[in-house]
Design a protein around this ligand. Sequence first.
Ligand code: S3P
Length: 193
Amino acid sequence: MGHSSNSAISLIGMPGGGKSTVGRQLARRLGLQFVDTDHVIEERVSSSIASFFAREGEERFRDLESEVLSELVSCSDHVIATGGGIVVREGNRRLLHERTVCVYLRSSPEELLKRVSRDTRRPLLQVADPLARLRELGIQRDPLYRQTAHYVVETGRPSVFTLVNMVLMQLELAGVVDPSTVPSPVGSRLTSD
Ligand code: S3P
């Protein structure tokens, strides 16, 4: 439809940055399929990410995440939302950069905290001081997100509608999508990821 590249579009960034919400809307606007690496993993292991982490540990989760990503990058007509830690592994960074059009949704730790504060589904943030954890993860990961992504979109506090338009505009400017074929928008508010 409005997608002139043969690659999937991927969204990366910290937990709570809106990857799933924005990804779903972006896919709808472009007439593409939406897929979320975390959901694929949950289906594959028949349990939540949180209980899989508790049972098998982070390394095993990362192995599965890499396996799932390597399958999904071949799905050209897709928008792929990823887990926040996907950039930790070098192989994943390379796959995302070389095989997808990769967009980094960037938010401050304070903004992220607002969106994840009542959420118990994210095992890495179940700590006494989640803001400190988000800052620490942000410092470690921001350079990795930047080197992986082709485009960085600062999310701030706009609605999903605005955020999706920002991503679309970026992709249009880059010639990845053809503006004349993108159907008119359907808006919604950014609630959680
Ligand atoms: C993780 C983020 C989560 C999920 C897992 C690990 C991380 O995804 O993949 O809990 O390391 O930041 P979201 O970014 O969708 O929360």
